[in-house]
Design a protein around this ligand. Sequence first.
Ligand code: GLA
Length: 725
Amino acid sequence: MSILKKLVVCLLVTSPFLTHAQTIPVLSKHNALVLEVDAKKRLAISYFGEKLSNEAGYRQVKGVYRQAEDYTLVNNSAYLPAGSVNLFEPAIAVVHGDGNTSLDLEYVSHTANTEGNISLTTIVLKDKLYPFQVKLFYKSYIAEDVMEIWTSISHTEKKPVLLNKFASANLYLKSDEFWLRNYHGDWAREMQPEEEKITHGIKTLDTKLGTRANLFQPPLFMVSLGKPATEDEGSVLVGSVSWTGNFRVDLELDNQDNLRLTAGINNYQSAYTLKPKEEFETAKFIYTFSTKGKSLASRNFHNWARNYGMVDGHGSRLTLLNNWEATYFDFNESKLAGLLKDTKKLGVDLFLLDDGWFANKYPRNDDNAGLGDWEENRKKLPNGISYLVKEATANDVKFGIWIEPEMVNPKSELYEKHPEWVIRQPGREEHYFRNQLVLDLTNPKVQDFVFGVVDDLMTKNPAMAYIKWDCNAVIYNAQSAFLTNQSHLYIEYVRGLYKILQRIRVKYPTLPLMLCSGGGGRVDYGALQYFTEYWPSDNTDPLERIYMQWEYSYFFPAMASSNHVTEWGKQPLKYRIDVAMMGKMGYDIVIGKLPEKELAFSQQAVRVYDSLKNVIWHGDQYRLSDPWKNAVASVQYVDSTQSTAVIFNYLVNSRYGQGSVLPIRMKGLDPSANYRLREVNLFPGTKTSVDSSVTYSGDFLMKIGFNPAVRSGRGSVVLVAEKVK
Ligand code: GLA
């Protein structure tokens, strides 16, 4: 875009003599976050919610509330500091160079720039007594109604300042009730939702695991205002912390019944010593807000992610055959040669070689040994990876590979050679997670090593088309031999990881990378900016996946969700394939063992998927029928021209007589257009009751709906609605 075409608005305000309140509205298409500077130069949040049609109204907001007393007048601070008059959970807490623990931040100046779709408001706050400064950044993605907030902290005191807390953001919300939806989980049980009314006090969502940080809790949540939002009704903030490590979100309902949301990097064991003139940049807190329910909020996130939040959000993705569950560690060159042929036979784009291909002194024949030793296992692969890549090319498929470069088995040459590269407490008994330990990514030499794992593979095999990046262990006994200040470890680890990923992206900007962490132990927007897709869970039981993918879909677009067809679960192959189609489809089954009919069906399914994938990846997603509440789950994707929609319907309750009793109302169609519905992905030999010669108006399909006739024996039904031209 030429400079002329860009709309650039720049405003610099420095107000040493403020006498009355000044408002700083940060706006997006539908929403406003309004900051206010009072006569004492305190920066507060005066309004959060739907945009007012008249900006003057923001000044009147305060006058219409009659709440309990704010004893300090900082309850609604935009960045609440500890140690002066504050009485609540702070965003920032410090110990100055001279040992003083107070902080009182006042407004100094702000700038606001709008360039195209993005506005950035930067506000400078300074302490009254100490040369200590916080810059607040509010980045509004206008069309997507998405906001990113973060801060940069610095000082010019004589001695270092200790940062005890360093949140990215404070928000301050007003409503009669607040409802929190958050998630818990464990291996193979990711994204289990819980929804409850927020009561007075603090509810903290956090993780202290360091790596595989989201194993028990992801940084994903929703806060509904008034009552729990439904798909299409209610006001809801959907948010997350973009940080691939320890995060912390505090939700505090205070004496005035307002909700203070404080989010950022977890300060657990992480007091940070900030040298004079050093800048400490916090993680980004990201949210969208919708007054029309969760459905719109999720599409805001999807649009934002595809435009700004992930690699190649408008590009394509590779369908694949993975060998993990088909072979586990038990394979050799000839077995893989067979799988390459199967990849072609199935019709997918790529073969993905999983764990077990490396290490010689301690061969990687199970998960006890070899991690860290990234040369091909000569017994299994005498001709190396490059031979396999060539074989793949000869079979007209692409080749991808699994790595877990941040980790090490104690039974490895790497551990023998570089014990100082391992996060461990010397003198204490080692404790393992999946028989492994975490490498110390704070150390630049380790960063080089990890970068080298990818770079070597790519340099030796330029045709390598895909990498699955795994991370299976949490950090125990956190101690770095490299760092002098151990309380920097959790933070510097993530910074080290980002440095490596950044280097990879500079050299290999579009290489497809899958973000895996023993399942979904690491799904966040901090990491996703370097990845093309994520692995939601090792649990690929399609029934479980319907629920998990449903919940993930509030935060991430379908094209980022790697869904594989495996042997997990009791559902027939068709059901498993249909569920995998609601994202980026792959296979992890033994193709050679499929009965003829199932193979033919799988091949046909890949073709059907190829014809619909652009609607699923780039279209708008609507959740039509909630599996938590109904016997039938239904999810729809519509392309941007409203010409094609794909509707997936599944029976999730197999009790007697359950099925789609009522029609399912579609969404996002053109009400004035006519559509023909046809059922796709029919298993050979089955007939459909869907008459594709009948047309329905978009208006009808959205007001009355269509019955996919889901029932026992017809547990999974995929429909395509096409506009009649
Ligand atoms: C993790 C991943 C799996 C697989 C194994 C290999 O558990 O989630 O998909 O790659 O590692 O060891």
